[in-house]
Design a binder for this molecule. Structure first.
Ligand code: GDD
Ligand code: MN
Length: 408
């Protein structure tokens, strides 16, 4: 084997296309070998764990399992240099992909690794030894044995436990998050008792890396929901204590997780419309609260109604931006988006009255049913208009632009 296969590469963002990450000696003409594994390990300031991790991996990986290790690193400490040093006498190739900007956090790092892996299997694990390295061959072996596309290391099946999850608070949060997630995705997560696990093996062929939009920690959830592996298996594991250093997850990670759930759940138009409706209903709370404040401050109830309605509209805007159209906001300036959103929300109110008059006067409907129908109609119209006029990327304009000579 040539020298550079044994040497880690520290890469900057400018050098992201790195074909030499595959192991030519082990690949067939398609670049894929049965049973070959890329171990993707995301790292953020894990210098104290690298030596122990690599030596335990060296003890655990059987000689017949063609395996390469790829660290995807966002560290601000000397983790890449430590990896480089520790990797020198290992029986498997080790690479480091260092990213200049940590986009997508832990999940974004794993997706960068997935894009570069061309082995049969990928295994994702943490660097802090909370995931026992000796289970790596077992995960892949279970997949080969059962024909599963995804094998999850689970804390919640017999033989598994969450010994290393620090404190009852974190245990409760983890349990709650698991229930919520399983409740939201009963079909995609069937057979997965631990969708929050960060330790799993997946067949590379099942991973559609381009369809992934990871957000924070829950990369297994992202893969299970967006790639829909046909068959899943689980292997129990005991979540260990961290070997060195501290967890990088924070309260902000919790918010990202909720945003991630919302993004996954609202991938279809119908689901988005339901989300839009639920957010709209929640807007009654700030609306009524503002109305109460303003009328108590002595404002006449009619202008107060109009002003309070804007409070509800703003509330809706913030939730819709962060939960529903998070990945479709960039093509318009926020001031443009909020302007359009407010106009549409108020147009909805203005349209409702003539619509009710039409239903009652022309079609002879009851006032109550006319109002209900008008509510539903303006709701659907407002949803469609908000999607089309606020959040739809402006494709046609860029097409006409390329057809014309550009002016600058
Ligand atoms: N590249 C990169 N970028 N790596 C990161 C980042 C990042 O922004 N944030 C964290 N990591 C790396 C850490 O260095 C570590 O190797 C691994 O991701 C897990 O990070 P921890 O900070 O140790 O996470 P945890 O122990 O709180 O959470 C783990 O267990 C949870 C189950 O309770 C993770 O595996 C979660 O995915 C899992 O849900
Ligand atoms: Mn950890």
């Amino acid at each position: 084997m040539s020298e550079d296969l044994w040497t880690p590469h520290a890469l900057s963002n400018a050098e992201l296309s790195i074909p030499e990450l595959s192991i030519p000696a082990l690949s067939d003409s398609d670049g894929v070998v049965a049973g070959s594994v890329t171990l993707i390990i995301p790292t953020f300031n894990e210098a104290g764990n690298i030596g122990e991790l690599l030596s335990r991996l060296a003890d655990s990986l059987p000689a017949h399992l063609p395996c390469e290790v790829l660290f995807v690193d966002d560290s601000t400490d000397d983790t890449p240099a430590v990896i480089e040093k520790a990797a020198l006498d290992l029986p498997f190739p080790v690479s480091v992909l260092h990213r200049e900007s940590a986009s997508g956090g832990l999940g974004g790092a794993v997706v960068e690794g997935l894009k570069r892996a061309d082995t049969d299997w990928i295994v994702v694990m943490d660097a802090d030894l909370q995931h026992p390295p000796h289970l790596v061959p077992e995960l892949v072996g279970e997949g080969e044995r059962t024909g599963a596309d995804l094998v999850v290391a689970s804390r919640y099946i017999p033989g598994g436990s969450r010994a290393g999850l620090a404190g009852s608070y974190r245990i409760a949060v983890s349990r709650g998050a698991t229930w919520l997630t399983k409740g939201l995705f009963p079909r995609a997560l069937r057979g997965i008792s631990d969708p929050m696990s960060g330790f799993f093996a997946m067949r590379r062929a099942v991973v559609t890396a381009d369809a992934l939009k990871p957000l924070g920690y829950k990369i297994l959830l992202e893969l299970a929901v967006r790639c829909r592996p046909a068959k899943v298996a689980e292997v129990p594991f005991v979540f260990q204590d961290r070997y060195s250093g501290e967890s990088k997850s924070s309260a902000r990670e919790g918010m990202r997780f909720l945003a991630h759930l919302a993004a996954l759940r609202s991938a279809t138009p119908l689901a988005r419309m339901i989300g839009f409706g639920l957010i709209g209903l929640s807007g009654f709370v700030p609306n009524l609260f503002a109305l109460w404040l303003l009328t108590h401050a002595g404002m006449h109830y009619l202008p107060a109604e109009i002003a309070a309605n804007q409070a509800g509209v703003l509330w809706n805007f913030v939730l819709i931006e962060t939960l529903l159209f998070r990945d479709r906001r960039r093509h318009r300036h926020w001031a443009d988006r909020i302007g359009r959103f407010v106009v549409l929300a108020n147009a909805d109110l203005l349209l409702r009255i003539p619509l009710i008059a039409l239903f009652v006067g022309r079609f002879g409907m009851e006032v109550l049913s006319a109002t209900a129908l008008a509510l539903v109609t303006t709701f659907v119209l407002r949803f469609a208009a908000t999607e089309a006029l606020v959040y739809l990327p402006r494709k046609t304009r860029s097409r006409t632009r390329t057809a014309r000579p550009t002016r600058s």
